[in-house]
Ligand binder design. Structure first.
Ligand code: CP
Length: 337
């Protein structure tokens, strides 16, 4: 695909070669994301960071990524802080906001909303998550993390064995990641969820049609023994008809150090798109795994900045200008972790 001036709405826009391009640009962003150099390549550009649904890492890391390229960020968070709460349409909102920005990232609770917004936008729009539908930048950063984690073990994404656990019905990060993985060779997907929260059938059919192996299970311990990657998810309670219904699934697939030691292969990588629900009875990913070196959740969030910088650089066509607008930083940071 041609990234320049494109909307990024769905991972179905990508072929493997496009993913390789994003990853190669992301690698080149490391000196800037790690604050060894600063670049002003997007000086004067404005990102409209429009989050109409709660977010910590997607909103902040898109903002950081734009700042790290030298651009400025204007944010709207929550519908009630925007004129959408007064009945303004996506069309009008997009026409207005795209006059104030050079690029827009948008998240909204309705599937398809970001695509509708993008149709009326005069500048490129990146999908920061639309309902239970897609989360393309999360899938790219997840795949980038998988590639990096496996590289140290002399493995690639082809022939990956991945177990996806939890709310696979409403989890948009899982939906986008599964679609991306179908572009690779001989993936073994193990889909572990309660029957009511299984991955929608169209995703499973596509995996099978493309020749991948799919195992469906509602048992955690007996299904995770041969995974390279264990990808856990939160119950997406905001998408359930009622809190009572969502609460039925709390704590069903609890991963902790004891279960990991007993049932996983040594060095299985543990991933989660976050947020993890750390309230007492949720327990999809316990804190006692925090010191486990195979826990990659904070490497995922760090990688998110690289991927989002790469997307901005590609869409705004500055990849080859980043270094020429750069200098070394004048401060010294020493992060503890
Ligand atoms: N993974 C993710 O989308 O996190 P946020 O909801 O905090 O953006």
């Amino acid at each position: 695909m041609d990234f320049v001036a494109s909307h990024i709405l769905s991972v179905t826009q990508f072929e493997r070669v496009d993913i390789d391009s994003v990853f190669s640009v992301a690698d080149r962003m490391e000196p800037y994301a790690h604050r060894r150099r600063v670049t002003r390549v997007l000086e004067g550009a404005i990102l409209g960071n429009m989050f109409f649904e709660p977010s910590t890492r997607t909103r902040v890391s898109f903002g950081c990524a734009f700042n790290l390229l030298g651009g400025e960020v204007r944010e709207t968070s929550e519908i009630k802080a925007s004129a959408i709460a007064k009945g303004e349409s996506f069309y009008d909102t997009a026409r207005v906001l795209s006059g104030y920005s050079d690029i827009i990232v948008m998240r909204h609770e309705l599937a398809g909303s970001v695509a509708e917004f993008a149709e009326a936008s005069r500048v490129p729009v990146v999908n920061g998550g639309d309902g239970a539908n897609e989360h393309p930048s999360q899938a790219l950063l997840d795949l980038y993390t998988i590639r990096k984690e496996l590289m140290g073990r002399s493995k690639g994404i082809d022939r990956l064995r991945i177990a996806l656990v939890g709310d696979l019905r409403y989890g948009r990060a899982v939906h986008s990641l599964c679609k991306l993985l179908t572009l690779y060779e001989d993936i073994h997907f193990t889909l572990i969820s309660p029957p009511e929260l299984q991955l929608p059938e169209n995703y499973v059919q596509e995996m099978q049609q493309r020749g991948h192996e799919v195992t469906i299970s509602d048992q955690l311990e007996s299904s995770i023994g041969h995974a390279d990657i264990l990808y856990l998810t939160r119950t997406q309670e905001e998408r359930f008809p009622s809190q009572e219904e969502a609460d039925r699934y709390r704590g069903l697939f609890r991963m902790n150090q004891t279960i990991y030691t007993e049932f996983c292969e040594p060095n299985t990588v543990i991933m989660h798109p976050l947020p993890r629900d750390s309230r007492g009875d949720a327990g999809e990913l316990d804190n006692d795994l925090n010191e486990n070196p195979n826990l990659a959740i904070f490497r995922q969030t760090d990688n998110g900045v690289l991927i989002r910088m790469a997307l901005f650089a590609l869409i705004l066509d500055v990849v080859d200008k980043v270094d020429s607008h750069s200098r070394e930083v004048s401060w010294n940071i020493n992060r503890r972790f």
